[in-house]
Design a protein. Structure first.
Length: 95
């Protein structure tokens, strides 16, 4: 899948294909793990995670997030649509 505005690509598997009003669509599953950067914000006395959506903020956080993930042999990418992580974190259990 290519984001032509940003010239970014995300590799995906086609999950399902469908047709609506004569136009074909597909649901896609990214090959790599999609991730979201989030920051802690106080809301009504509790700390909540809020997604970082602004490109300028992502640009500022990206080098540090990338370095932290690289320590675990993971690669953070500015893919189309969403950030992705390539590699496998063996500390996460599959259930």
């Amino acid at each position: 899948l290519r984001d032509t505005n940003l010239d970014r690509v995300i590799e995906c598997f086609v999950d399902r294909e469908l047709e609506v009003d004569g136009k074909k669509y597909a649901t896609l599953l990214p090959v790599d793990t999609p991730v979201i950067l989030a920051g802690y914000t106080e809301v009504n006395g509790t700390s909540q995670l809020v997604p970082v959506l602004e490109d300028a903020s992502i640009d500022k956080l990206f080098p540090t997030a990338s370095a932290v993930l690289a320590e675990m042999d993971l690669t953070l990418s500015r893919s189309a649509v969403v950030l992705t992580v390539e590699g496998r974190d063996d500390s996460i259990d599959d259930e």
